[in-house]
Design a protein around this ligand. Structure first.
Ligand code: FAS
Ligand code: PHB
Length: 392
């Protein structure tokens, strides 16, 4: 068995793990990242599209923002439509802030390239990653690769391995409290090399179901429609998707939308989930390993960024100044912001989607909530400050 020593062992080479490794490296702190999949597989996942200012600032701090600053699209607002109504939420007016439209795939690629350029240790195809000696001062990660067993002895372990990872399962069962709401529907999303139907995002509440018009650039569109949670992807030809999307869009968008072949098509389940605490001894959970939000509020990737903000400061404070206070307050600091994003994402999902059991009264309240939001400056200010991202 090969044995290496590092300061911080990181499980998962998604945005959380790579961003943490990069921020630590810039402070002279050594880490090893273990990823069970190949780099191509990680890059093949199409996920988030909207970055909060906090995430943008973190990528600039991590010296990985050049391409984002060149190719990213700064958005000052977006539209909400319901019935015949269309209303623009002016983020800039209500908050003075904006969001950046730049795909998670590109963020991950920029982080991968930066890690490689700076000689980072990111091991792909690391199988059966396990955490051992967690209650000792030198916990370790073991894994198999190329038929060999390897161990990485660490000071600390960051579980950045997503919802299905091993790190949350390695927390003591009696310690962990989990909170969950599973939604009775999913999102069917496609990516197409077509001009976006609008310069800004359009969130649609339609009686047949939610729809979202987003983008990755001005030549690459990302569209979603709400679908049954057990929908069979094989049943959804491109034509069927475009027909259903156009039924749900406002007339002018339905008439002008540019359609084309999908280059990616997938169904994402929707759930709200929080695991508490996010730290046990020398193990920290970050990103989707600790929490999941329905993508309605574009919070998933951005919450991973705020976790890594708190975790990087805690570890840098420890190694550079011998501080343990930020390590001790890590879980509490993260969870205060996580729960506010969970609430916003749950609320926005509730007012934008059609629920199978929805009564006419429920529907009436949904429309009234949207009508109030679009008619009240105060409501839009509260909405906008949540959407652009609450302070870290
Ligand atoms: P990730 O899941 O991205 O990364 C975890 C990494 O750990 C993966 O590469 C995985 O292969 C690896 N891993 C897992 N188990 C391991 C093990 N045992 N050993 C080693 N490695 C292991 N957010 C939005 O804001 N908007 C969206 O539209 C949106 N759409 C989404 C669609 C889907 C299908 C999913 C699943 C998520 C979506 N999200 C969206 C949320 C998403 O963007 C996450 O918040 C983001 O990927 C979180 O990043 P990480 O915490 O790094 O987790
Ligand atoms: C996306 O572009 O993938 C996207 C944008 C906004 C959301 C969710 C997903 O709320």
């Amino acid at each position: 068995m090969s044995s290496t020593r590092t300061q911080v062992g990181i499980i998962g080479a998604g945005p959380s793990g790579l961003l943490l490794s990069q921020l630590l490296h810039l402070q002279g702190i050594d880490s090893v990242v273990l990823e069970r999949r190949s780099a191509d597989y990680v890059l093949g996942r199409v996920r988030a599209g909207v970055l909060e200012q906090g995430m943008v600032d973190m990528l600039r701090e991590a010296q990985c923002a050049d391409r984002m600053d060149k190719e990213g699209l700064v958005h000052e607002g977006f539209e909400i439509t319901f019935g015949e109504r269309r209303h623009r939420i002016d983020l800039k007016k209500h908050t003075g802030s904006t969001v950046m439209v730049y795909g998670q795939t590109e963020v991950t690629k920029d982080l991968m390239d930066a890690r490689e350029k700076m000689g980072g240790t990111v091991i792909y195809d690391a199988e059966n990653v396990a955490i051992e000696d967690l209650n000792s001062d030198t916990p370790k990660l073991t894994y198999q690769k190329d038929g060999q067993t390897h161990e990485v002895i660490c000071d600390y372990i960051a579980g950045c391995d997503g919802f299905h990872g091993v790190s949350r399962k390695s927390m003591p069962e009696k310690l962990l409290k989990e909170h969950e709401r599973v939604y009775p529907f999913g999102w069917l999303g496609i990516l197409s090399e077509t001009r976006p139907v609008s310069e800004e995002l359009i969130y649609v509440n339609h009686w047949r179901g939610f729809a979202l018009c987003s983008m990755r650039s001005m030549t690459r569109s990302r569209y979603y429609i709400q679908c049954a949670f057990d929908e069979d992807l094989e049943e959804w030809t491109d034509d069927r998707f475009w027909d259903e999307l156009r039924v749900r869009l406002p007339d002018e968008a339905a008439e002008t939308i540019e359609m084309g072949p999908s280059i990616e098509k997938s169904i994402a389940p929707l759930r709200s989930f929080v695991a508490e605490p996010m730290r046990h001894g020398r193990l920290f959970l970050a990103g989707d390993a600790a929490h999941i939000v329905p993508p309605t509020g574009a919070k998933g990737l951005n919450l991973a960024a705020s976790d890594i903000y708190y975790l990087s400061r805690a570890l840098i404070g420890f190694y550079k100044e011998g501080r343990e206070d930020l390590i001790d307050s890590y879980s509490e600091n993260c969870l205060r912001r996580v729960w506010k994003a969970e609430r916003f994402s749950w609320w926005f999902t509730n007012i934008m989607h059609r629920f199978p059991e929805q009564s006419s009264f429920d529907r009436g309240c949904q429309i009234a909530e949207l009508d109030y939001l679009c008619g009240s400056n105060a409501a839009q200010e509260a909405f906008a400050e949540n959407y652009v991202g609450l302070p870290f």
